[in-house]
Design a protein around this ligand. Structure first.
Ligand code: ADP
Ligand code: G6P
Length: 471
């Protein structure tokens, strides 16, 4: 088994699970923040990505992709159900997102979570070079840092949580809370999207495990674990360059013509997820149509909602409800050849997404809770001429970095309607000033800056060993 100096461990590999007849495979760029963030980073890096390749058969042997080794970890059908769909996406996901849907607890799911985490830890232990660096990602694999440290104490281990980390009042619900905290504390550095999350984690380490903890360091026996906020980002230059390509500009012009040349285009791009606030947003839009504040001929709403986690009951229910809502709104307010909402559930390639971002006068990103929301950042990066208004939920991690957006509380329907109208009616000067400031921020705070700051903090974490933590 060849070993690598850098190993990324994530529940999913970034490639399609179907390998072409000639054995070649493509980067998957599946809709989702984790793959979007890590893909531009790893290209041409001598690294190994450990993850699940999709499907429930034996682990396929995959060729390297863009110089990165793909090491697949198999899952059985029962593990897919109990680990991925169960503990990860029906217990932790809702709990970590403010319990906007009720988290479910089942002992069988926890057993599968442990088993799958053990398998990922063993795979990482196998492919990491002596003294190498292993970077574990997200809520599916919170036990991996601890398990990996037992197998390979020589490694430098990082953990990054892409989703929010909840306040103690919510986390305390988890029947296996102590084990999950201990698992994460196997890392040398635990990174979060926001400082508040690091604070929540430190409080829990002190309360549940009685460890000396500050918002920057936690003492675990003779080790010091560093914690901190590292807001994830996008490849800003790449998205800006893509949006400026002549074929993307042409495509955007054609899209606008196909829409009948409306005065305003509003766009939303989400995974079909109950955290994204899709139902609330559609309700607000329906009321604006009903009151006549928005008119179908002048204004077009494009809602892209790519299906996600489709075997999880809550996601099936959400999709049915959204489709019912869209059908109803189009039935009530659409005209022949002029639907009120253009509803698309297809995955798009990056160029098509960039063209969509280009035609959006207002981008509505209104999740009820979101770790970061990369779509908001992609939109800003694509607005190369400083036009376009970003309507952004206060509950998205991105809001802390983009205060110049039109910020909204998506639970407040009236507020949502008013802010959407404000964004639609804003002067070009106001819009441009806000967009310039946001673009400036993202130019300096891109995915490379994120990885650089995380990895240098991880390098430094070793030098903290032996220092005392005063809580
Ligand atoms: P989450 O992490 O919850 O999936 P983010 O907004 O952080 O949400 O990331 C979503 C990523 O998925 C973005 O990079 C976005 O471009 C991509 N994406 C969303 N919808 C689609 C789609 N229909 N086709 C292709 N990519 C998509
Ligand atoms: C979020 C999570 C990722 C996940 C992605 C897509 O970004 O933080 O870990 O990969 O959603 O979800 P999926 O279940 O399709 O991997």
């Amino acid at each position: 088994m060849r070993q690598s100096p850098l190993v990324v461990v994530a529940h999913r590999l970034p490639i399609d699970d179907s390998v072409a007849p000639d054995g070649a495979c493509e980067w998957r760029r599946s809709p989702g923040g984790l793959v979007s963030a890590l893909h531009p980073l790893l290209r041409d890096t001598p690294a190994t990505w450990v993850g699940w390749a999709g499907g429930t058969g034996p682990a396929p042997h995959l060729p390297d992709v863009d110089g990165v080794r793909m090491h697949s970890v198999p899952l059985t059908g029962d593990e897919l159900r109990d680990h991925y769909e169960g503990f990860a996406n029906a217990t932790l996901w809702p709990l970590y997102h403010d319990a906007v849907e009720h988290p479910e607890y089942h002992r069988r799911w926890w057993e599968a979570y442990q088993r799958v985490n053990q398998r990922f830890a063993e795979a990482a232990a196998e492919v990491a070079e002596p003294g190498g660096l292993v970077w574990v990602q997200d809520y599916h694999l919170q036990l991996v840092p601890g398990l990996l440290r037992e197998l390979r104490p020589d490694l430098r281990i990082g953990f990054f949580l892409h989703v929010p980390f909840p306040p103690p009042e919510l986390f305390m619900q988890l029947p296996r809370r102590a084990e999950l905290l201990r698992g994460m504390l196997g890392a040398d550095l635990v990174g979060f999207q926001r400082a508040q999350a690091a604070h929540n984690f430190a409080q829990l380490a002190a309360k549940v495990l009685q460890l000396p903890a500050t918002d920057r360091r936690i003492a675990v026996g003779d080790r010091v674990v560093r914690i901190g906020a590292f807001p994830v980002s996008i490849d800003t230059a790449e998205m800006s360059a893509l949006a400026a390509r002549p074929e993307v500009v042409d495509r955007a012009d054609r899209l606008r013509q196909d829409l009948g040349g409306p005065e305003h285009v509003i766009l939303s791009v989400d995974r079909m997820d109950y955290t994204k606030g899709i139902e609330q947003r559609l309700k607000a839009y329906r009321e604006l149509l009903a009151s006549g504040d928005v008119k179908v001929r002048d204004t077009v709403l494009i809602q892209v909602a790519v299906p996600s986690r489709e075997r999880v009951a809550r996601y099936q229910i959400l999709r049915d409800r959204v489709e019912h809502q869209v059908g109803r709104i189009n039935g009530e307010f659409g005209r022949v050849g002029e639907p009120a909402i253009h509803y698309l559930t297809q995955p798009f390639d990056r160029a098509e997404l960039a063209a969509l971002y280009r035609i959006a006068d207002v981008m509505a990103v209104t999740p009820l809770r979101d770790g970061m929301n990369l779509v908001a950042k992609e939109y800003v990066a694509a607005r190369v001429d400083d036009t376009g208004a970003l309507l952004l939920s206060e509950f998205a991690g991105a809001a802390a970095e983009l205060p110049q957006a039109y910020l909204v509380n998506p639970h407040d329907l009236e507020g949502l309607k008013q802010e959407l109208l404000r964004a639609l009616r804003a002067t070009p000067e106001d819009v441009a000033a806000r967009m310039r400031a946001m673009r400036d921020h993202l130019r300096h705070n891109d995915i490379h800056a994120w990885a650089g700051s995380y990895l240098s903090a991880l390098e430094e974490s070793g030098s903290l060993l032996g220092r005392r933590v005063t809580a």
